[in-house]
Design a protein around this ligand. Structure first.
Ligand code: NAD
Length: 264
């Protein structure tokens, strides 16, 4: 379905971004990876997912808190593949503390990485998407928000603010391109067992002197009625749906995949 197209997935060395990159590669898209840490192992997973299409996978190490590095990454993607057809704004970080104790540098980093980076990548990706398909436009922008883009939790002020804001950015991007083939939608996962959540589980187990199993049950039962983690594979399948012809007129949604979290 995406053969010949290019998808850039920020924060795709790990977790949800890696799951989405694999799902898009399995549909034939070439992939521009981004993110920190080991690159070789996740890159091999994406190459394997797209093996039947012989997809090409490259990596750019832009720090998504730095607009100039985001611009370098977008220019690199255009130089490698011509243009970005699918942009997945996924890179994100978390910090948990009450507002009066919230470190100012953590606030700034979360807003920069979880929110402003999506604005910068989107503004740089849009012109080529709008010009595609003989000027009718074709493009898919998928913002990885969160259940915390729809409802709040205590001690997550910067994260909740950034995720509510990216849902707003999603709607504006969708509206400004509504007459073209460029769509923009948000995915709002509940708990997904990635390094970002593992750290919260570790902290919870330590603070409560609990086993990891008890901490996991407690974490899920507070928010997620299904008592199951959402998986990167399930989120990847939703991203593929947004890229499909059936997604042509899906514009500005914030689709929760959260085991019932925000239905309560
Ligand atoms: P993760 O920690 O597994 O992956 C985060 C990715 O972002 C990694 O590739 C990391 O290298 C990259 N990254 C972090 N800071 C970066 C920076 N400054 N520049 C470039 N890359 C950077 O986390 P995850 O759980 O897969 O989270 C991915 C997205 O999903 C985030 O936006 C997060 O808020 C969102 N999300 C996660 C959950 C969950 O339960 N895990 C739930 C809802 C939403």
């Amino acid at each position: 379905m995406l053969k010949g197209k290019t998808a850039l997935v920020t924060g795709s060395t790990s977790g949800i971004g890696l799951g989405i990159a694999k799902a898009l590669a399995a549909q034939g898209a070439n992939i521009v990876m981004n993110g920190f840490g080991d690159v070789d192992a996740p890159k091999a997973e994406i190459v394997a997912a797209g093996a039947s299409y012989g997809v090409k996978v490259v990596h750019h190490k832009a720090d998504m808190s730095k607009p100039s590095e985001i611009a370098d990454m977008m220019a690199y993607a255009a130089a490698e593949f011509g243009q970005v057809d699918v942009l997945v704004n996924n890179a994100g970080i978390q910090h948990v503390a009450r507002i009066e104790n919230f470190p100012v540098d953590k606030w700034d980093a979360i807003i920069a990485i979880n929110l402003s980076s999506a604005f910068h990548a989107t503004r740089l990706a849009l012109p080529a998407m709008q010009a595609a398909n003989g000027g009718k436009g074709w493009g898919r922008i998928i913002n990885v928000a969160s259940a915390h883009g729809l409802v709040a939790s205590a001690e997550k002020s910067a994260y909740v603010a950034s995720k509510h804001a990216i849902v707003g950015l999603t709607k504006v991007t969708a509206l400004e391109n509504a007459k073209s083939g460029v769509t923009c939608n948000a995915i709002c996962p509940g708990w997904v067992l990635t390094p970002l959540v593992q750290k919260q589980l570790d902290d919870r187990a330590k603070a409560g002197n609990m086993t990891m199993e008890a901490a996991t049950t407690q974490l899920l039962s507070e928010k997620e009625p299904s008592l199951q983690f959402t998986t990167p594979e399930e989120l990847g399948a939703l991203a593929v749906f947004f890229c499909s012809p059936a997604g042509n007129n899906v514009r500005g949604v914030a689709w929760n995949m959260d085991g019932g979290w925000v239905a309560q």
